[in-house]
Design a protein around this ligand. Sequence first.
Ligand code: DGY
Length: 318
Amino acid sequence: MNSVVVTQPLPPQLLAPLARYCDLQVLATDESLTPALLADARGLICLLTDRVDRALLDRAPGLDFVSSVSVGVDHVDVAALTERGIPLGHTPGVLVDTTADLAFALLLAAARRLGEADRFVRDGQWTPDERWTPSFFLGKDVSNATLGIVGLGAIGQAVARRAAGFDMQVLGWTPSGREIPGVESLPLDDLLARSDFVSVHVALTGDTRNLVSAERIAAMKPGAILVNTARGGIVDEEALARALDEEHIYAAGLDVYDREPLAADSPLLRHPRVVFAPHIGSATTRTRARMVELAVANAAAALAGARMPHCANPAVYG
Ligand code: DGY
């Protein structure tokens, strides 16, 4: 039993280092991960779209490791893996700047109404009767505004560095209470009350699910803009849609959703001031290659009986 299941085609040249140690079973794009596929597998290389839960693990008796091509591991039952002594690899670090860039792009696009403006031009609405006037397409200033960063890990800090270039005042809150130079740390509710922009950068865990709840959205500064490039379950989407309806929240920039793909009947879709992206925070050619390289390095270490370089449940190593 020396086979490793890879749940999507990944660049063969990046998988090549593994081929020396195991038989790779690479699923086709339209194939899904099923328990039967893992019945004889020693390892699994998966994506954030694969659900790795107890039921699956119970039917994978020979599984020695899981390596996810993602930094977030909320799609995996980490506790169930740890109980079984199975290391879980993930890919921190390499997607920090790419994801921070997208968060800032969404922040700017939401503030300056770029989604609406793009549709306006494409749809032929820019006419001699509808053109530049002093009140045409007004948005919000980003420079010198206050940005609240929820989660001061590597991506949150990278967003703070970008904000400094826009002369923003940067507030931060993080579950660990960590202090970052140039960022004023304060309790989450105070951050929400003071911020013109709020950008979410915590991992989705039992503690952060619904962190930006209906009550917290209601307590945000009137006219604020919310950006989420972390995970959908952290923000109450229904409450966000209501706050947009009531014009308590001015706009939002969203890359992640509680259910992905976003349901066609999501109340968020009716809001012209929501700028949507389809979970593309890490989607650049270079970053995706680096993520696969790390996932392969994690798998190679596990196959060699060594410690994974980036393990999300290091408790398995004692
Ligand atoms: C991750 O790796 O968790 C990111 O969400 C991918 O964009």
